[in-house]
Ligand binder design. Sequence first.
Ligand SMILES: [Zn+2]
Length: 152
Amino acid sequence: MYHFEKNGVQKKIWRCVRFKNKCRGRVHVIGDIDNEKISKKIDHNHVPDIAQIEVKTAINEMKINAKCTSNSTHSLIRSLASQVSASVAGQLPNVPTLKRTVQRVRQSHLGAPINPQNFNFEIPDQFTKTTNGEQFLQFDNKSETNLIKYYT
Ligand SMILES: [Zn+2]
């Protein structure tokens, strides 16, 4: 598994996540995103860490689900945990960290509505809930006087 290291001249360089453990593993990638080619590869000094790759893959999938579904944070984390094999489950980040990941993905994904110029607006349903799915906007009468109650 590689982490992005730097943009070289017309190439991107990824180095092994274990470079601190003296692994010289690197790949040099040329071409644009749609047509990437590995131009140079330096082998690792260890066997690939399958567990880490499995964890990363599962977390990436959870992030996609956080963006594309309205599943609760709990159910996203539950399906993440059920997806990885038992031997890998212990390497998952803890639940509070996973919750933050889901919330961060969702916050950056949702564009907040622009500030209204008058009271003739409705609040989209997705903004009546907190990031953990609880209803916080209890009452929106959708009239010109728009009484709004917030629960924090
Ligand atoms: Zn390596």
